[in-house]
Design a protein around this ligand. Structure first.
Ligand SMILES: [Zn+2]
Length: 219
């Protein structure tokens, strides 16, 4: 357990640097968490610590009710939302949350990002959906994420008037989805400035998604 936990803490700390590298976060507004395999525990960023200063030792260990079981700092203010998702979606091993700007521009309008690029079909298997408006401080955000993503192929949801939550089998997969979400949010936004983007046929989305999810990358 301890070796597992230390490696999860190191991975979650390392992934926060990717949020900065891909320009997904301003100040400290964004976070990554991971489930500790085989345990009802999660590792999440502490609240309000600069990304440059984050180390594995800072990472907070919580149970899946969001109660801190190890760590000296207060956990991310989004801990309850992450914990809710882990409780309700057992295949989720990692979660990322950002206020990345182009994705937030869609979230501010409450508009799903239409599937008009093959990269979107690959990663999201369709449009990126919008979740409900929800205030922090209860289970509303977590419940909105789960209700929107359950039965949806997209690993990303745009929470209305808020930002992006992504899920994955691993924390790395969740961060990748957050990077791709911002990338396609930007490209589709740019396309919109020039005219109406052309939809991809549903059957082609299915083919692209199926191929990417089973064939792409190193196996
Ligand atoms: Zn947020």
């Amino acid at each position: 357990m301890n070796a597992d936990l230390v490696s999860v803490q190191a991975e979650v700390a390392r992934l926060h640097a990717q949020l900065v590298r891909y320009n997904l976060v301003a100040w400290t507004a964004g976070n990554v968490s991971a489930r500790v395999p085989g345990h009802d525990l999660m590792v999440i960023k502490p609240s309000g610590v600069d990304y440059d200063e984050i180390t594995a030792d800072h990472m907070i260990v919580c149970d899946l009710d969001g109660t801190v079981v190890q760590g000296d700092l207060a956990p991310s203010s989004d801990t309850a939302a992450h914990a809710y998702v882990y409780r309700h979606l057992p295949t989720v091993g990692g979660i990322a949350h950002t206020h990345s700007p182009y994705a937030c521009a869609w979230a501010a309008r409450g508009e799903p990002i239409p599937c008009v690029l093959t990269a979107m079909a690959d990663e999201f298997g369709g449009p990126i959906p919008v979740g409900p408006f929800a205030l922090i401080g209860s289970d509303d955000i977590g419940a909105g994420i789960v209700a929107t993503l359950e039965g949806h192929r997209s690993p990303a949801v745009l929470m209305r008037n808020h930002g992006v939550f992504t899920i994955g089998a691993t924390a790395r997969a969740a961060v990748k989805a957050a990077v791709m979400c911002e990338d396609v949010a930007r490209s589709v936004h740019l396309a919109r400035q020039l005219g109406e983007p052309i939809p991809i046929a549903a059957a082609d989305i299915d083919r692209l998604y199926g191929r990417y999810q089973t064939v792409y990358g190193q196996r």
